[in-house]
Design a protein around this ligand. Structure first.
Ligand SMILES: Cc1ncc(COP(=O)(O)O)c(C=O)c1O
Length: 360
């Protein structure tokens, strides 16, 4: 029998971390994770069933994800040498940190933003630095560049649109950062399909620019597929630390199908965008709520009442959204992913009930 002092073996950076808490409360209406509320199209499911027999599941997947990369290169009008596939785009965040940061270095981002930048950095002993977003959830490029320089930050992360605030930062401020920073600028376009604003077209001009995309928000969250677009030199370095089989056969095949048969997904995206307008409009009519503008498939709103209580009330009624109240800048803020029309109606009806009964 062994009784090793395991706590003593654990690396200091990991000791200090708390596990990333993913809210997974069992609710019928899940509007908390910015997923696509619609199931995959019939065509995609048929392809899946038809290909099951052809998947060589006893063989390793293609380590270069060649077919998938070909389809992305074609769609983005770029070259496969500028692409890397990740097991979700958050894997690429990790790989970028491994390539560009040593323990003790820093990365920087405007705050509030996607929590994983800081979490992944801390796990590697890299210091996350942030500058506060202004009241329009935007930032000033000069200020960001100044703090980045002061901290000798290696990477700037810009979530574009920004999760959880929902908006795209000012294009000219992002461009100024890309043009003037002497480190890496990651423009994280996980929500691109809803914003349709992108810096991908500028990859050829800036060798320090990395654009991240994800298929998680448009229907394949369960398959974990994300990709990065960057200068081939950056891609080559990422490939040195990337595990060879990070993307599995099923994910590669279905992601390629989705990208080459985009019409059904586009219809889903269009309907989510229509619903976003309706949902935000209905919520804006309610008293004591501030709804923030959105370029995404989710949006943020602030309540004058206790957001914790509304959050709990919704859970008790089978609806899960995201409570962001614990962030100092997001006091009484909640984030909701746009669902199907029926799901959104359920949410609106429970919000109206809550307003009726006041503070239960
Ligand atoms: C801004 C942002 N970037 C990246 C991700 C990670 O997405 P993926 O599922 O591709 O890892 C998310 C997921 O919520 C996100 O909000």
């Amino acid at each position: 029998m062994s009784n090793v002092d395991l706590m003593n073996l654990i690396q200091g950076n990991i000791h200090a971390l708390k596990p990333y808490h993913v809210e997974n409360i069992d609710c019928d209406v899940k509007l908390h994770a910015n997923e696509n509320p619609f199931p995959p199209s019939e065509e995609l499911l048929e392809t899946f069933t038809a290909s099951i027999r052809n998947f060589q599941l006893n063989r390793y997947p293609d380590p270069d994800s060649k077919k998938l990369k070909d389809s992305i290169a074609k769609r983005l009008n770029t070259d496969t040498s500028r692409l890397v596939i990740g097991n979700g785009s958050d894997e690429i965040i990790l790989l970028l940190l491994q390539v560009f940061c040593s323990e003790g270095d820093s990365i920087i981002f405007p705050d509030p933003t996607f929590a994983m930048y800081a979490i992944i950095a801390k796990g590697l002993g890299v210091k996350p630095v942030n500058i506060p977003l202004n009241d329009h959830w935007d930032f000033d490029a000069d200020e960001l560049l100044k703090v980045a320089e002061h901290n000798k930050s290696r990477i700037i992360f810009l979530s574009y649109p920004n999760n959880p605030t929902g908006n795209c930062f000012s294009e000219n401020q992002v461009r100024k950062v890309v043009e003037n920073f002497s480190g890496i600028v990651v423009v994280d376009e996980a929500y691109y399909d809803f914003a349709r604003k992108s810096f991908v077209g500028e990859i050829n001009k800036h060798n320090n620019l990395v654009v991240l995309r994800s298929l998680s928000k448009i229907g394949l969250a369960g398959l974990r597929v994300g990709f990065g677009v960057a200068d081939p030199l950056i891609i080559d370095q990422i490939n040195k630390v990337r595990l060879p089989y990070n993307s599995n056969t099923v994910s590669q095949t279905l992601a390629e199908y989705l990208i080459t048969h985009f019409d059904p997904v586009q219809k889903q995206i269009d309907s989510i965008l229509d619903e976003r307008v309706r949902l935000m409009g209905e919520l804006e009519k309610m008293d004591s709520l501030t709804v923030f503008p959105s370029d995404s498939n989710f949006f943020l709103f602030r309540t004058e009442q206790s957001a914790d209580k509304i959050f709990r009330y919704l859970i008790d009624n089978g609806i899960l959204i995201r409570n962001l109240s614990s962030h100092p800048r997001l006091n009484n803020c909640l984030r909701i992913t746009v669902g199907t029309r029926g799901e959104n109606d359920q949410f609106l009806s429970k919000m109206a009930d809550y307003a009726q009964i006041g503070n239960p």
